[in-house]
Design a protein around this ligand. Structure first.
Ligand code: IPE
Ligand code: IPE
Ligand code: MG
Length: 242
């Protein structure tokens, strides 16, 4: 893998936990647990490879529509894992941050666990793991816009100076554009994930369910990414003439 071009920011819509479990005669909850365990295993691998930022979609604003039982299981899983795994992320030197609305209906003890994991890992330097919880891409843009309007009203920002770079500083986290977006489980859609950051991303869709998305599966995505010709609206004349 050494000669490959490694993306700076990777996004993963980690989907298929439920179907992975159902296929095995297990409960959906067991699928979510398996999904978290895979995230724990594969995220240091990805960040060690040279990816600097890894954003993962773990719970959307829309996922609150699910059964009380499933939402409850996920909230308890978040509390337990964000509390228990802080030493693991420190050992791996990974800085964990969260994106999303830190407010109702997200339970306060989940928010507390998120805040403390962020605080406990804030000085780590081997890459950023951005976990999106109670997250929606449109909400992120609206929340940024509200902050911008407030700053304009407070005369902290001149509206005429607003450009893409300044706008992006008002998003939940100061992250770069996503270079490679991966979605597992065979669904070919964005489901309201990081709309701003995905403007020029390469998309990689795989049928593999997230609990099976291991190091080898990630390597396949990187190999595919290296076959893409990223033009950003321009023309790669060198390639065209070949
Ligand atoms: C992804 O797996 C995790 C969350 C959305 C919380 P799903 O729970 O969506 O699994 P499927 O898509 O039903 O298989
Ligand atoms: C998207 O998956 C959200 C997360 C992975 C957290 P969903 O399973 O909720 O998306 P849809 O409903 O298939 O679009
Ligand atoms: Mg799903």
């Amino acid at each position: 893998m050494s000669s490959l071009n490694i993306p700076n920011h990777v996004g993963i819509i980690l989907d298929g936990n439920g179907r992975w479990a159902t296929k095995r005669g297990l409960s959906r909850s067991e699928g979510h647990l398996a999904g978290f365990n895979m995230l724990k295993k594969v995220s240091p691998y990805i960040l060690n490879m040279g990816v600097k930022q890894l954003s993962v979609f773990a719970f959307s604003t829309e996922n609150f529509k699910r059964s009380k039982e499933e939402v409850g299981f996920l909230m308890n899983l978040f509390i337990k894992k964000f509390t228990e795994e802080s030493s693991y992320f420190n050992e791996k030197n990974i800085k964990v941050v969260f994106s999303g609305i830190r407010n109702k209906p997200l339970p306060s003890n989940v928010i507390k666990a998120m805040n403390s994991l962020e605080e406990n890992t804030k000085n780590n330097t081997n890459g950023i793991l951005n976990i999106c919880i109670n997250y929606g891409g449109r909400s992120e843009i609206i929340d940024a816009t509200k902050k911008i309007v407030n700053d304009v009203v407070d005369k902290k920002l001149d509206i005429n100076s607003l450009d893409e770079e300044i706008y992006s500083k008002y998003l939940y986290q100061k992250l770069d554009p996503i270079d490679l977006l991966i979605r597992t489980s065979g669904e070919n859609r964005i489901s309201n994930f990081m709309l701003w950051q995905l403007a020029y991303s390469e998309f990689y869709f795989t049928d593999t369910y997230f609990p099976d998305f291991n190091e080898e599966e990630f390597d396949k995505a990187i190999i595919e990414y290296n076959k893409r010709d990223r033009r950003f609206g321009g023309i790669n004349y060198e390639k065209k003439n070949n």
